[in-house]
Design a protein around this ligand. Structure first.
Ligand SMILES: Nc1ncnc2c1ncn2[C@@H]1O[C@H](COP(=O)(O)OP(=O)(O)OP(=O)(O)O)[C@@H](O)[C@H]1O
Ligand SMILES: [Mg+2]
Length: 465
């Protein structure tokens, strides 16, 4: 549940305001109150409000008018209308005007809590959907992830892409540095020219110079014809200098000159070739530490570091583990059990996304067309000592464990709708939990870690009653 959100309760009756205030605080929200629509509007303008719960009947500006006014300026602020029995028509009108939900008086705390949690999560999903929609046509850069750090990174990529500024990408091995470099290229107006990647660690030091800058016929023994270097190849486009700290120091000086002057000189040539190239560099080391150790020239560091993009480790964006897994397995039309997914989520992934992909690839082969289960995963992932928590003990203590293992999620989503997919997962989990508990709903609720009331509510919602 979303906690620590600020909720504005609007009601003209002081006793009702007080009750709402106490209830909301008890539910873990930060309540603020207003006595009518006008006061509420002022509050919304002057501070951050995450959700509004408003009474319908109020003097000066009633709930419907308040909602209309809010929607003029804010299309997404969650709004719950409180109405009396027999006012369903008005409640429906409120929904048409963009209310998230309505609740009928008298209501208990749990009804209110559920309505709030639902409205807040719908808002979040809507935001994510809008984000996905906005990006599907422009952004097919393969960067999967909806965690806050990933969203921020994508935002930065879009901001920096159109510039010619040099970018230094840092991040642990396998975090997606090359993918990000490609994304920068794709989002720039250079996308029709080449993206040329050079791994400075993979090319022998003595060959790197000619690889980068090319040479002219006769430059050295064996140079029987001119050779175009990677820089020339990337003209008009982007050159990606991976593992920049592995470039020999003297070559770093030459690179710096090329960057500063926008010209290169081929080996054995005395012509200067001016080029229009965007340089993106990457390292999985701490660049300042590399400067200290003399592996990276300080002046080059500053020249490259015009803009730095730090890619967080996969374990710092745990929620993306499942998304990346799903995206990867979807491509292979493979499936994974819920239990295996949990093991993946609990692991620390020192090799980041690349390691995750390798594990999945291997597991999919071992599973041979059936859903991947923990037995297809490497032992250190399955035995993960950091595997949390109550879920494990809950399922161990129930019949679920003894009645034949973890339920397998078969999610048959049509399209990309997150709300639909989540609803399907939720419904499936409920069905599985009830089956595992042989129809005992109070046990099932415990297994699901929700209250019995919520379970009843959901059973109704999913027409499982
Ligand atoms: N956010 C992501 N979503 C989907 N796939 C990703 C993501 N990040 C990385 N990958 C995939 O993980 C693999 C490793 O990514 P990449 O090669 O870009 O990592 P890297 O940071 O350059 O690693 P190294 O430092 O080892 O070179 C690639 O197959 C890439 O497509
Ligand atoms: Mg790389």
């Amino acid at each position: 549940m979303d906690k620590q959100k600020t909720i504005l309760a609007v009601d003209d009756e002081p006793s009702m305001r007080r009750l709402l205030e106490i209830s909301l605080r008890q539910a873990g929200y930060q309540p603020v109150v207003a006595a009518d629509g006008k006061e509420a509007l002022q509050m919304i303008k002057s501070r951050t409000i995450d959700l509004v719960v408003s009474d319908l009947h109020m003097p000066s500006m009633n709930g419907l008018e308040l909602l209309k006014n809010i929607r003029l300026e804010n299309e997404t602020l969650p709004f719950i209308m409180v109405t009396a029995q027999g006012e369903i028509k008005t409640a429906v009108e409120a929904m048409k005007l963009g209310a998230s939900d309505y609740i009928l008086r008298p209501f208990d705390l749990e009804t209110l809590e559920i309505a709030i949690a639902k409205a807040l999560s719908v808002k979040r999903l809507n935001l994510e959907n809008t984000y996905l929609k906005n990006n599907t046509h422009t952004e097919n850069d393969g960067l999967v992830g909806l965690s806050a750090p990933m969203m921020a990174l994508k935002q930065l990529i879009r901001q920096v892409a159109p510039e010619k500024a040099t970018v230094l990408i840092t991040g642990e091995t396998g975090t997606g540095k090359e993918l990000v470099a490609k994304a920068i290229h794709q989002h720039s107006d250079r996308k029709n020219a080449l993206f040329v990647a050079v791994n400075c660690a993979a090319i022998p030091a003595e060959m790197l110079e000619s690889e980068l800058f090319g040479y002219e016929k006769g430059a050295f023994t064996g140079a029987v014809k001119d050779r175009v270097g990677k820089f020339e190849l990337a003209e008009g486009g982007t050159i990606f200098l991976d593992e920049i700290t592995e470039m020999p120091i003297n070559l770093q000086a030459k690179l710096l000159r090329a960057l500063q002057e926008g010209v290169i000189e081929k080996l054995g040539g005395n012509r200067q070739i001016s080029l229009d190239i965007r340089v993106v560099a990457a390292t999985n080391r701490d660049p300042l530490q590399a400067v200290k150790e003399g592996k990276l020239r300080e002046d080059l560091y500053y020249r490259l570091n015009v803009f730095q993009l730090q890619i967080p480790a996969l374990r710092e964006r745990g929620e993306d583990i499942q998304l990346i897994t799903q995206a990867y397995l979807d491509k292979k039309s493979a499936q994974i059990s819920d239990e295996a997914l949990q093991k993946l989520s609990a692991y620390s992934w020192p090799g980041n996304v690349r390691e995750l992909q390798n594990v999945l690839e291997r597991a999919a082969i071992l599973a041979g067309g059936k859903p991947i289960t923990p037995q297809h995963l490497p032992a250190d992932i399955v035995s993960g000592t950091n595997f949390s928590d109550r879920q494990l003990s809950a399922s161990q203590g129930s019949e679920a464990a003894s009645s034949g293992g973890a339920p397998t999620l078969q999610i048959a989503t049509e399209g990309y709708s997150i709300p639909q997919a989540i609803a399907q997962i939720e419904r499936q989990l409920i069905v599985d939990a009830i089956a595992a508990c042989k129809g005992n709903k109070s046990k099932a609720a415990k297994l699901l870690e929700i209250s019995e009331r919520s379970l009843w509510y959901k059973l109704e919602q999913y027409q499982l009653k």
